[in-house]
Design a binder for this molecule. Structure first.
Ligand SMILES: [Zn+2]
Length: 186
């Protein structure tokens, strides 16, 4: 999937807001969680890495708010251009967060030295998640970090609605994020 928009390499850890062109889907993620992801990417050096996004939705269920991100589970496997996210420890963690009304929202992963554009494998995997009864997540988010996390990186955000093609979410730079503490969105 290509983007016509030229993205700029970025180093700033800001709160980020993404919306689909039709406003049906959105993602808000704070600098703190972006910072954790960047740290995990730096730690992975030239290998791909990834994890899951956890949080909740607004009342209309159109905007996902990320409250927590995982690092790659220990049973994950990766190369320079591929990543298989493992599952070790995730179920217990999700169960604990579920008690605080924080749920699985989707996946993040890192394309070292490459663009934050999903590969055909990424498209297949996120589609499988949208269809999987195990995840109970018909609109999973895919967040991709590209570039060099210590100096010049970019972030791409996508949603994969069940039965539909992947939708790119466009970053909004001019809005206030307006998010509270973890778990107190809405
Ligand atoms: Zn990928």
């Amino acid at each position: 999937m290509g983007s016509k928009r030229a993205r700029q390499w970025d180093l700033k850890l800001n709160d980020r807001i993404f919306r689909s062109g039709d406003e049906r889907f959105g993602l808000n993620i704070r600098r703190n969680e972006i910072g954790k992801i960047i740290e995990y990417c730096i730690g992975a050096e030239s290998l791909e890495t990834g994890g899951i996004l956890v949080g909740n939705y607004n009342k209309e269920h159109s905007v996902a708010f990320v409250s927590d991100v995982s690092r790659a589970p220990r049973d994950s496997k990766s190369g320079t251009t591929w990543f298989y996210r493992g599952i070790e420890g995730l179920q217990a963690w999700l169960y604990r967060l579920w008690g605080e009304e924080r749920y699985y929202l989707g996946e993040w992963h890192f394309h070292p030295g490459a663009r934050s554009v999903p590969s055909s494998t990424d498209l297949r995997q996120i589609k499988e998640i949208s269809e999987s009864p195990k995840y109970c997540c018909p609109e999973p988010i895919l967040l991709i970090i590209g570039g060099t996390p210590s100096s010049a990186w970019e972030v791409g955000a996508y949603v994969s609605p069940l039965g539909r093609a992947l939708v790119e979410l466009i970053e909004r730079k001019d809005d206030l994020v307006g998010m509270g503490e973890s778990g107190s969105f809405n």
